[in-house]
Write a protein that binds this ligand. Structure first.
Ligand code: SF4
Length: 350
């Protein structure tokens, strides 16, 4: 099942065709689209401006607004970050995060149930990829949080469970819907898409000229080290990745962010900082340093504050833009995939 059954993931043109099929006037497509994407309808019942007989016919054919229901909501006592566990129509569960920054609210969503990329510092991949989310299920996470909290969303980050580029068609559909003027009308500048580095998809996205922020999970300045904890590094070299990043910048004019999770004794050394500086010298880029959140299934430890600061200083000395990502929600299973695993461990549906 996918967008051809989930009304939340349909474009206005597809809704138009659907309405024609059911003998409905063309304006119904606009009514439905607006109620879902600019209103707060999360189910067919909540689209109150279309006839009940039409809803019955749609349901009879398995066409519906697929549920993305909040099953659990956790709030950090440290910084107010909120985490949500959502239940999907097939019993799968996913997680999202709401963070409040000075400039407004930001939501980090999942793009897949699980992930098959196998990064060894990540809890999302421990059971592999279960399935892709359709575009409606990606949007549903945002709409459900927005509705629950009564907030205006400033930015979206596709950096939760899953590799967005491994679910490319749904990602593109999602992006087109979230920037739609009749929907949330979000600017590309307020959207970040993360990838562990599937280079041909980076190029494809660049060709589509979405002026968004691309965040590449680099985590190591050398192929040799990267291969020890990111299996994707066996497929694409850092050189290929850098060429794809340059291509993205050329096509979109958007500075690429490199995510760098600092793991104690592994990639947080002075030598790594020097190597990273050489790699990024002269590039219009930004490094986001992330003191890694420990996960109990893996052996990695978080770098000390001293090492994190020294790493950043070294980059800055070499004229590389770098920031340290503020740890958010550390008291509520902060690492991506942890909360979902805890939920499944205690309450896995039969
Ligand atoms: S870090 Fe991202 S790409 Fe790597 S396993 Fe986790 S979710 Fe997948």
């Amino acid at each position: 099942m996918g967008y051809e059954r989930n009304i939340m993931g349909m474009t206005i043109e597809e809704l138009g065709e659907l309405m024609m099929k059911y003998g409905q006037p063309a304006y119904r497509a606009k009514q439905i689209f607006e109620r879902i994407h600019a209103g707060d309808a999360m189910s067919l019942d909540e689209i109150t401006n279309i006839p009940a007989s039409l809803k019955e016919k749609l349901r009879a054919e398995g066409i519906d607004v697929f549920p993305v229901n909040i099953l659990e909501r956790l709030e950090s006592k440290l910084d107010g970050t909120k985490k949500y566990i959502f239940g999907l129509h097939d019993g799968n569960v996913i997680e999202s995060v709401l963070m409040e920054y000075k400039h407004g609210y930001s939501i980090c969503i999942s793009s897949q149930v699980g992930c098959r990329m196998g990064c060894t510092f990540c809890a999302s991949t421990l059971d592999g990829r279960i399935r892709n989310l359709d575009a409606g299920e990606m949007l549903g996470q945002i709409y459900a949080i927005k509705k629950k909290e009564g907030i205006k969303v400033h930015s979206i980050v596709v950096m939760g469970c899953g590799e967005p580029m491994d679910n490319f068609d749904n990602l593109v559909r999602f992006l087109n819907l979230i920037i739609h003027p009749m929907g949330m009308n979000l600017s590309g500048r307020n959207i970040t898409v993360s990838t562990c580095g599937i280079t041909e998809k980076i190029r494809e996205l660049a060709d589509m000229k979405f002026a968004l922020t691309l965040a590449i999970s680099l985590h190591s300045p050398t192929d040799e080290l990267r291969r020890t904890f990111m299996p994707i590094a066996n497929k694409y070299t850092i050189e290929e990745l850098m060429k794809a990043a340059d291509y993205f910048f050329e096509k979109t004019g958007r500075r690429v962010t490199f995510e760098y999770s600092l793991i104690k004794g592994l990639n947080d050394t002075k030598e790594c900082a020097m190597e990273l500086s050489r790699l990024l010298a002269g590039k219009n880029s930004h490094v986001n340093l992330i003191p890694v959140n420990p996960i109990k299934e893996r052996k990695w430890e978080r770098s000390s504050d001293n090492s994190v600061n020294a790493f950043k200083l070294m980059l800055e000395k070499n004229r590389i833009n770098a920031t340290i990502r503020r740890g958010m929600g550390a008291d509520i299973d902060a690492a991506c995939g942890q909360l979902r695993r805890r939920y499944l461990g205690s309450e896995r549906p039969e």
